[in-house]
Design a binder for this molecule. Structure first.
Ligand code: DHE
Length: 686
């Protein structure tokens, strides 16, 4: 279907409501609007009306629209050739809506967007509810018709639409009342800063600085905040976290300059430091008859607690108050202590040898944190087991070294610096994953925004030496290969996995992957064709990528993406296996389709060409994160519910790993997310 030149005369007829009836898809047809529409009278005025409509509807935030400044969104379909695409769909029988021709199709997509939801939005399925439902009231009938015709004909050089001026929104707080501003500031910090950065420079999510957000406008931003995206942005409105009004407040807040949060000194940290049970008053051997190495330490996110659950009996042994929105737990080298980090930077230390596990020390080292690790090296250079801890902070951007027995903080190292690629100063390089090397007294510290992997030698921790390895921006989460010599870390928004050799202390490879790899700690297994591999899921792609990890036995495949397994959807957060398991388990937690979000899949190691089986774990919430029991015979999966919905707050579902049969449920947990089995965490089994 080729359209040369604009049929603006026809459009003007349309605009005055003279035309009706659908034409054939291959000929320009007239809209069937019965509304009397005040019409512009020139081509240019008509095109301008369409551009105004695009702007008012915030369409460019989600679509590529030729001729519309800044319309480069990728959440919805590319509209450059939407008339041709629509015609194909009408012909192919794929289309299931109520339109009979292309023009009606385009109009329907605006006024009744869920009448037909296409199967492909830039490689991922389009989602119902993503397109705003209120465009028919927000836009005038004339604007809608102008948009329809604009998309039908596409702008040609003959049309001289005046480029839209983006009216800058005030970046001061005056857009919102004081109360609205402080609400938005707090909520942004709690819910959004993790992905978009405290200063909104972007990381796992895109940058949200005013130069980026203002051209999108309030409506487009609010739409995305409310509905989420198929690439991992949560649907805050649909989940009930924000009302439409709050969504709009947040959309306005995002168009203002981000406020700068405060720094934190060692003295301030020390004021929060408490030792509840000093080391000399702790038991010298386990006081419990339970197999404490088979405890699961489970994050109860919205309760600000962890539950310690007996992996043999499934009993909740205790729940312990920790930091706000607890993020992860890591065990000391001996496994006796658990270090739990809250998003508020509060670190809690739990002694599992007490009869009932109890908190023995706590401290706050920052306002926003995600990672914690301990010293694990024992060898020629000394015995550092359980001696030091390290907390990686998002804000302030620094890491802190603490005494591993008491949590007394004693060394702060700023991570502010220069980006790996353009060597530009970054004010907020956040500390993502941290792991302890088994070969040297070193931590591998991943500094997200500057894309550097720091090898921090802790043998003299007040004067640490740091080797800065260049990798790629947006380093996030990762894990060891099966030999524990190579650490593989996702540079998520760079669509790469960086591989570091902990023995040689150097970067081995940067492996290209599909969009936004998110491995958790990944999964190590032996592929029948490629030998030992480490696998990751992806937030932005419906795929598992496997990377060869055996440079000696399988040098041709080492540090290459050797296999891609297609999943039913994107939005995967975690993947897991066990050396004795026939399966690889994977979730799709952040998929915006509620059913996929609670679906998990297993892939058979013997036939990894496709998932063996996928199923819904519950009839509510999202399924997330896997952990094996100590024996490797059971897999525990979290159902991440809603803290204030009784009966649907969340639970853990336990499966027999060999038969895939459900064995038990541990119900009524408050938003359970990560689960860390003591034995498996100490021994890096995944
Ligand atoms: Fe996590 C690991 C950061 C959201 C659950 N998460 C990590 C790690 C980082 C990180 C840097 C690696 C730690 C390490 O190994 O030292 N997480 C972030 C974020 O910045 C992000 C994207 C946004 C935020 O606001 O925090 C984020 N994370 C989440 C969640 O929403 C999850 C699902 C539930 C929650 O906590 O609210 C979540 N993240 C986890 C878990 C791990 C994790 C369970 C550890 C996985 C493992 O098996 O080791």
């Amino acid at each position: 279907m080729k359209r040369k030149g604009f049929l603006w005369m026809a459009m003007m007829l349309v605009a005055v409501g003279l035309a009706a009836c659908g034409g054939k898809p291959s000929t320009p047809s007239l809209p069937t609007s019965s509304v009397e529409i005040a019409s512009p009278t020139t081509e240019e005025a008509f095109a301008n009306l369409a551009l105004e409509g695009f702007k008012k509807g915030g369409c460019g935030a989600c679509h590529v629209i030729p001729g519309v400044p800044g319309a480069e969104g990728t959440l919805g379909p590319d509209l450059s050739q939407i008339a041709e695409v629509a015609e194909e769909r009408l012909k192919s029988g794929e289309y299931q809506g109520g339109a009979h021709n292309v023009v009606d199709y385009l109009r329907e997509a605006i006024v009744d967007p869920d009448a037909y939801v296409p199967s492909d939005c830039n490689g991922a399925p389009c989602q119902k509810g993503l397109m705003p439902a209120n465009l028919s009231t927000l836009l005038t009938p004339a604007e809608i018709e102008a948009i329809v015709q604009y998309l039908y004909h596409r702008p040609e050089e003959t049309v001289h639409a005046t480029p839209i001026e983006t009216t800058p929104v005030s970046t001061s707080a005056s857009l919102l009342s004081d109360e609205e501003f402080s609400w938005a500031k707090q909520v942004y910090f709690e819910r959004c800063a993790g992905c978009h950065g405290t200063l909104r420079k972007g990381a796992t999510g895109p940058a949200l600085t005013p130069d980026v957000t203002q051209p999108k406008g309030t409506l487009a931003l609010a739409t995305i905040i409310f509905n989420g995206t198929p690439r991992g942005m949560p649907d805050w409105g649909k989940q009930g976290f924000f009302t439409p009004e709050q969504t709009e407040i947040m959309a306005k807040f995002l168009q203002m300059e981000p406020p700068s949060p405060p720094e934190m000194s060692l003295d301030q940290m020390k004021q929060t430091w408490k030792v509840m049970v000093p080391p000399d008053q702790r038991p010298s051997q386990p006081q419990t008859g339970r197999d404490w190495q088979n405890y699961f330490v489970v994050t109860l996110r919205d309760a600000g607690q962890v539950a310690v659950i007996d992996g043999d009996t499934y009993e909740v042994v205790t729940k312990i108050d920790t930091g706000y929105a607890v993020h992860i737990s890591r065990m000391s080298a001996t496994g006796r202590y658990v270090y739990v980090i809250g998003r508020d930077g509060r670190l809690s230390m739990i002694d599992l040898w007490s009869e009932i596990p109890q908190k023995v020390a706590e401290v706050q080292t920052c306002y926003d944190a995600r990672s914690v690790e301990v010293s694990k090296y024992k060898g020629e250079l000394g015995d550092f087991t359980d001696r030091y801890a390290i907390v990686g902070c998002y804000w302030p951007p620094h890491f802190v070294i603490l005494d591993g027995q008491t949590l007394e903080p004693f060394k702060i190292v700023s991570t502010r610096g220069y980006t790996v690629d353009t060597e530009e100063f970054h004010p907020e390089p956040r500390v993502a994953s941290i792991v302890a090397s088994h070969f040297k007294p070193e931590w591998i510290v991943n500094v997200k925004e500057i894309g550097q992997i720091w090898l921090v030698n802790y043998s003299d921790p007040r004067n640490p030496t740091i080797k800065m390895i260049e990798a790629a921006r947006y380093l996030h989460d990762g894990g060891w290969d099966a030999t524990k010599r190579y650490f593989l870390v996702a540079a998520n928004q760079s669509n790469k996995v960086a591989v570091v050799d902990a023995l040689e202390g150097k970067l081995v490879a940067l492996v290209d992957t599909p969009a936004v790899p998110h491995p958790g700690r990944g999964a190590n297994w032996v592929d029948p064709q490629f030998g030992p591999v480490w696998s990751t899921g992806h937030l932005g792609d419906a795929a598992i990528t496997s990377i060869g990890t055996d440079p000696l036995g399988h040098p041709d495949y080492a540090w290459k993406a050797v296999r891609e397994i297609t999943l039913p959807g994107a939005g995967s957060l975690f993947i897991k296996t066990h050396p004795t398991s026939p399966w690889i388990w994977v979730d799709m937690t952040l998929n915006s389709d509620p059913q996929l979000a609670r679906t998990i899949c297993v892939v058979a190691k013997a036939d990894p060409s496709k998932p063996y089986k996928c199923w819904e774990v519950a009839n509510y919430g999202r399924a997330t994160h896997f952990e094996y029991n100590r024996q490797g015979s059971e897999v525990w999966v979290s159902v991440w519910g809603t803290a204030d919905k009784p009966g649907q707050t969340g639970e853990i579902v336990i499966y027999d790993d060999r038969t895939l049969q459900e064995k038990a449920r541990i119900p009524n947990l408050i938003t359970p997310t990560g689960k860390f089995n003591v034995f498996n965490t100490v021994n890096d089994i995944y």
